[in-house]
Each structure stands twice: as C-alpha cells, then as structure tokens.
Design a protein around this ligand. Structure first.
Ligand SMILES: [Zn+2]
Length: 547
C-alpha cells in the first residue's frame, strides 16, 4: 500500500492547481502507513486532523465522502464542502481542504470552486458490477448486466450506457472489461509492428544490454514562444551538442496551441526535432480528459492541434506522429480509438509504477505490462494493434518518484539534481538500457543552477560512445529494427542528411505577427507564422481561424 501512496505523493506536479492533491496524497500515505504520522502531516500541510469523538457515520469503501447526515434540506455551504471523511477499520478520519478550495467527491481531490460541482453529493455512486457470463444469457455472444438484462458483448465497455442499471460501463478498466486485450503472447507478437514482454523489461531483438545503444529521450511540453526560444535555440541545442554519429542531438516537443509561435515550431522541425501534439486548449479540469472527453473531443483537441501545426507551422502532416495528454490524464479507450482512427503512431502519457529495471516502450496489441498508476487514471483496456506506448518511467529522487523532471521535489539542491540525473541514467545504462526519458516543462530551466547542472549532465553523456539523444520517433524506429551499437553509426533513421524541403517548408526569418481576436477566449492574441495571418485566432473547432 505504501508504495502506491508514495507514488501519489510524488506524482504531483508542483503547479498551483495541484497543491490540493499534494496535501491529500500525503495524508493518504500517512493514514495507510501509520496512524501516528497523521499529526505530522497535519502540522505540515494543515489539511487534516484526527477526530476521536466523531459523530460522522462510517462509510467504509476506501473512498472519501461527505457527512451523510448533514442537513440536506439546507443549501450546502462552502464550509461544508471543504470537509470530507475517510473510514478505516470503523474509525472515521476528518479532513479539510486548504483555504479557497472545495472537495470534489467524484475526483476525490480538493480543487478550486469553479471546478467542483458536486457539493450536494455525499459519496460517488458507483454502477453495480455486471454479471457477465454469470447471467447465463441465452445467446453465446451475450453478457449480462447487473440486473440480469442480456446484451451483445460488444455493448460492454464501448463508452455508451446500454444496461438499464448502467453496469455495462461502470467496470471497464483493464481487469474488468470483458473485451479487454489479452496478456502478452510473445509467440504471436513480433517486430517491427508488435512488441511486448511479460513484465515489460525485455530488450527488443533479445539483444544483450551491452550491445544496445542507450537512447536518451528529452521531451518538452506546452507552448513554444519567446519565453523559451533562447533556451532551445541557443542553450540546449547548439551545434556542438552531437551524438556519437556526428549528428546533432534531438528532442521531442509536445505542443499545445495557446501562446505558441509557429515560426519557432517550423524552425525546430527544420532542425530535425520531432513535433508532436499536446492539444489545442490544454483545458481543465484535469479529470475532464479521462472522464468526460468524448471521441469527438479527442479528435477536436489532438487532430485539431495537428492541423494547426501543419497549417501555420508548415510541418508535414505525416511527420506529426505522437501525442501527450495534458496533465498526463490518460483518456481510456476513447483516446486510443481516436489515435488509431487518425493514425497517430504513439502516445506518451502513461506513467509506469517505479521499477528496476525500467520498462521498454511497447505496442498496445496486448494488455499493458504494468498497472495503471495515478489517482483515478483510466488506462485503455482494449487492444490497439501497432500503436506504441512510449511509457514514462519514473525517476528516483531520494524517497520520491517523479514522472516529469519538474514534478520532482522543488527543494532539491542543484547537487541533488545532478545526482538524481546521474543515478537514474545509470539505472538504465547499467541494466536493460530501456530508453531513458527526461520529461520537462521549459520553466524548470529558469533556475540557472538547474540549467547548469543539466548542461553538465549533457556533457557527461556526450563522453559516452554509445549514448544517443533521440526523438521518440527515432527510438521507435530503432525498436522496430534493432541495430547493435557497433553498427549504429550507419543506422539511417538516426543520421542527419539534409532533407529536401519545399520552399514553403523552410522557416522564414521574419514571420507575420498577427494580432487576432478570439471570440472564444474573448481576448486578443499575438500569433506568429511564416504564412498569412488567419482572420480569427485559431481555436478548437476553428483550427484554421476562418471568420
Ligand atoms: Zn501541458
């Protein structure tokens, strides 16, 4: 139990919106590990107190709830909506959100008032568990709802409610979906299109670790603009930073639309970096991506952003291959259905539980080789042949584990950060050589000391003859056709021969600076592109900015 809770504690990114979760997760950790720790947690986070003479009834289902006996005929007050309870071994613990936040009983977190709409609900009602085969339905292709209604088995976990009691859509994770992907079968899964292993740690091509070039994958999320351009163009990706094959080091950029400068995007693409999508709106609440986004929403957000990048950054559509969900909120089967339909090659949003050795990326043909980590995450349960998951291994930072580098504890000294980078690199380099991912938001580098230790770490990497900084797509290409280190110098996908680009594909030096109004955002936005200015600020469902 404690490992799961430590993960929750460490998985939190230190953005304002996530602070309530930090508090909550620490409390969960403490309650489960040792009651005696609760006092410490409360002193530190000011969110909980242990209540010995509690009058609140126990609802013991392992979930937080509101006082079921509060005066329901009265309108709920903010004060009431900040309090919540957990019952363990018939003992009720009382919690309180930090000032300014309310408790969301569905998402089980504290959040800002505008994101919480269930103050009148005591506890989340869960759909009953369907009977499935136990219903003994007359037709062989039917399964039973909880109330005994028989329906075709493809109606179960297809994203729309069909059972009268809703039970066909209530139990749809990897372990409960009756149509879930099978466990990895290595005998019928072979490269280049399928790759799986029982525990996810196997090396493609069954190579010896010493023969495997160590891939390091740097990724950057969100907008690219004046704020981080200097970092990318003049600090990190300078001509002297080269891989052992003499080609410049590469990174992957997951781009969200707002505030992005598409001249810069085009420039990065020209320079051989990978451009991938991270949605148009990057909207909240975080949970929307897992729970509420429909397949249409997924298309509008991700394919919409691919369209914007293609239209205003002139990046070839066929080279936009990957996506990462905002807040790493995996979108269950809906996200992957969209990906398959559109032809995305890979997702990189799933954080694996911390493991030694780390995991290799895999295809979604079979059941994923790890549990679905994170608070109320919804991982896909079905099979998506050929779609790659560039799984995110966590970093180890003392007692913490973190998915993104900037989600590691903010109090780390530059020396701690350097040690953390080195230690985690070694966990990959000296074991199965799974690609070593370092996932950033560019603001992390604003701390000059962090930037400097990172550059020092890059210098260290450049001294190793078999370490390559590659894009996600370059990593996938290696996995599809694994080549040992001693031949990697000639591996075509990692070379850097100049590509023939059409004139319009070459980034301009002076972009059009368009001041555009957005009806949706009700504000003006500056928009930079080498193409002509659109009439409106491009946005979801109007990605070309038509009037
Ligand atoms: Zn983001």
């Amino acid at each position: 139990m404690s490992e799961k809770c430590i993960y929750r504690r460490s998985a939190v990114r230190f953005k304002l919106i996530n602070y309530p979760k930090a508090g909550l997760a620490v409390v969960i950790f403490c309650v489960f590990s040792l009651v005696g720790l609760v006092e410490n947690a409360s002193a530190e986070h000011n969110v909980t107190k242990r209540s010995f003479k509690n009058t609140v009834r126990c609802i013991e289902d392992g979930r937080f709830y509101r006082n079921p006996d509060r005066a329901v005929h009265k309108m709920w007050s903010n004060a009431e909506c900040t309090k919540y309870y957990l019952c363990l071994d018939k003992e009720v613990f009382e919690f309180k959100c930090s000032v300014g936040l309310l408790f969301d009983v569905v998402r089980q977190i504290c959040d800002f008032k505008q994101n919480v709409d269930n103050c009148d609900i005591t506890a989340e009602v869960r759909a009953p568990k369907p009977l499935l085969e136990a219903a003994q339905c007359p037709e062989s292709n039917q399964l039973g709802c909880a109330d005994g209604t028989c329906l075709p088995n493809e109606y179960f976990c297809d994203g729309s409610v069909d059972c009268p009691d809703g039970s066909d859509e209530g139990w749809c994770d990897v372990d409960n979906d009756p149509n879930a992907a099978d466990a990895c079968d290595p005998s019928s899964c072979s490269l280049p299109d399928c790759f799986c292993s029982k525990d996810g740690t196997q090396i493609p091509g069954r190579m010896e670790p010493s023969q495997v070039p160590q891939m390091v994958i740097l990724t950057f999320d969100d907008a690219i603009n004046f704020d981080n351009w200097e970092l990318f163009s003049n600090v990190l990706f300078t001509p002297n930073r080269k891989n052992p094959n003499g080609c410049p080091i590469r990174a992957t950029f997951f781009i969200s639309h707002q505030y992005t400068n598409y001249q810069y995007v085009q420039k990065l693409w020209n320079d051989g970096h990978e451009i991938a999508v991270h949605s148009v709106t990057h909207r909240g609440p975080e949970d929307w991506w897992s729970r509420n986004a429909t397949i249409e929403d997924w298309f509008d957000e991700m394919v919409g952003q691919a369209n914007i990048i293609n239209k205003f950054g002139n990046v070839r559509m066929e080279e936009i291959r990957g996506m990462r969900v905002p807040f790493l909120r995996v979108g269950w089967n809906r996200q992957f259905l969209m990906m398959k339909e559109f032809g995305f090659v890979y997702d990189s949003s799933m954080v694996a539980p911390f493991s030694n050795p780390p995991l290799w990326p895999y295809t979604m043909d079979y059941k994923m080789p790890h549990t679905c980590t994170g608070t109320k995450q919804l991982c896909p349960s079905r099979s998506y042949p050929g779609v790659w998951e560039m799984v995110m291994n966590q970093l180890e930072a003392g007692d913490f584990h973190c998915g993104m580098v900037d989600s590691c504890p903010p109090h780390l000294s530059p020396d701690d950060v350097y040690k953390m980078l080195t230690h985690n690199f070694k966990r990959h380099y000296s074991s199965n050589r799974a690609p070593f991912g370092l996932y950033f938001h560019s603001t992390w580098f604003k701390k000059t000391e962090y930037l400097n230790v990172f550059l020092k770490f890059l210098d260290d990497l450049q001294r190793l003859p078999d370490v390559y900084l590659v894009t996600n797509w370059q990593a996938i290409q290696w996995m599809r056709h694994p080549v040992p280190s001693n031949q990697i110098g000639q591996f075509e996908p990692w070379l850097c021969k100049p590509r023939p680009l059409e004139p319009r594909e070459v980034a301009c030096s002076l972009p059009n600076s368009c001041r555009l109004h957005s009806r949706v955002l009700q504000q003006d936005r500056y928009f930079f592109t080498c193409n002509e200015c659109p009439a409106q600020y491009p946005w979801i469902r109007n990605e070309f900015g038509l009037d």
